[in-house]
Design a protein around this ligand. Structure first.
Ligand code: SAH
Length: 345
């Protein structure tokens, strides 16, 4: 992270402390500012317990940006909220607030667009525009909390973008959002979902974080997976499963897998058997979800009969799975439906 970075909210407390020392300010001021930033102020002027001269000095030296609500949609079915945030440079990203029995879960975006090119995913239409800064990922948590009035207890990095393709900024975001002086969300309450950029999964292992790693698998054989996920071309599922095994060895946390059932593409008995063969005995969990149809690509969800057959084979194959409920389908907030709406509004 560059020392020149003017974006103050992307700084951690140590960096702020060093900056404040340089400014000749006492250490506790750094903590005060850090707390204000994570509480959702929109300007230094709102930091009312700081001397006016210091607020002015900070405003000269740093940038403090905050997103604005471009659009808010609330599901009539289940209360899921989708925010479309406008960022300082005019780009937009989406965040989804989902209510479960165990708390409120937030699905955040990590990039504007995505370059992974998964065939079934709307986020890849239009490619990658840019990475989000740590502060821009954090702001989704801060301001979704402020705007909705809900206490966010869990975070899933499953919105627009590939988190491991924006590795450094995502790592800094994790550090910020778990900071005890800030939102203090436990690492065990955070899931990171990836299409499986192998060298980055390896790198993540070395951080020994307690977060849940969720791998978007969608097929357990190379032929099918490569057809729908270009990332698989260079790597292959053997290497992917061994990286996931390593993740478990290093962190003690079992990897979970996402599997969207796509009619006639990855939902046959053969596919189910292959998945069971790969996962048997690993204790891993599979989140099955019906594909949200992608009209542009001619992909549809599996039929109920196919789903029954598929899950029956997983059961007899000894694989733990759940069929994920699709929240927010009436507001296009369900998995894979987040797209560059902003560009069109
Ligand atoms: N890039 C990351 C996170 C974003 S996608 C990843 O690949 O995991 C979040 C999840 O939604 C992934 O599991 C993705 O495969 C899934 N998804 C994408 N499009 C979908 C669709 N049309 N229907 C169901 N799930 C979809």
């Amino acid at each position: 992270m560059s020392e020149e970075r003017k974006d103050i909210k992307s700084r951690n407390l140590d960096e702020l402390t060093a900056i404040f020392a340089e400014l000749g300010e006492p250490k506790f001021r750094a903590e005060q500012v850090f707390q204000w930033l994570h509480r959702g102020v929109r300007s230094f002027g709102e930091m009312t317990n700081l001397p006016r001269a210091l607020r002015e000095k900070l405003a000269e030296r740093f940038e403090l940006t905050a997103p604005t609500v471009e659009r808010k949609q609330v599901s009539q079915k289940d209360g899921t909220i989708k925010y479309l945030w406008r960022l300082a440079d005019g780009n937009c990203v989406e965040t989804v607030v989902m209510e479960y029995e165990h708390g409120v879960s937030l699905c955040v975006s990590t990039q504007v667009g995505c370059r992974m090119g998964c065939l079934f995913c709307a986020s890849s239409i239009g490619g990658l525009v840019r990475n989000l800064e740590p502060s821009e990922i954090l702001d989704q948590v801060i301001f979704s909390g402020v705007e909705s009035g809900k206490r966010i207890s869990n975070i899933v990095l499953m919105g627009i973008g590939e988190p491991l393709d924006n590795f450094e900024n995502v790592m800094r975001f994790l550090e910020l959002v778990t900071a005890p002086q800030g939102l203090n969300i436990g690492m065990r309450h955070i899931s990171l979902s990836t299409c499986g950029i192998i060298e980055k999964v390896d790198k993540l292992c070395r951080y020994h974080l307690q977060l849940t790693l969720s791998v978007s698998l969608h097929a357990a054989d190379d032929e099918t997976r490569t057809k729908i996920m270009p990332i698989n071309k260079n790597v292959g599922v053997d290497r992917l499963f061994s990286a996931c095994g390593e993740y478990f060895n290093k962190t003690g946390r079992r990897v979970s897998y996402e599997y969207a059932l796509i009619r006639d593409v990855n939902d046959t008995a053969e596919h189910a058997r292959e998945l069971a063969r790969r996962l048997r005995g690993t204790g891993s969990h599979v989140n099955l979800i019906l594909l949200n149809p992608v009209v542009e690509r001619g992909l549809d969800a599996s039929t109920p009969a196919r789903v029954r057959e598929f899950t029956g084979l997983l059961e007899s194959g000894g694989v733990n799975f759940t069929i994920r409920r699709r929240l927010g389908t009436d507001i296009d907030a369900a998995c894979g439906q987040l797209r560059r709406l902003a560009a069109k509004t």
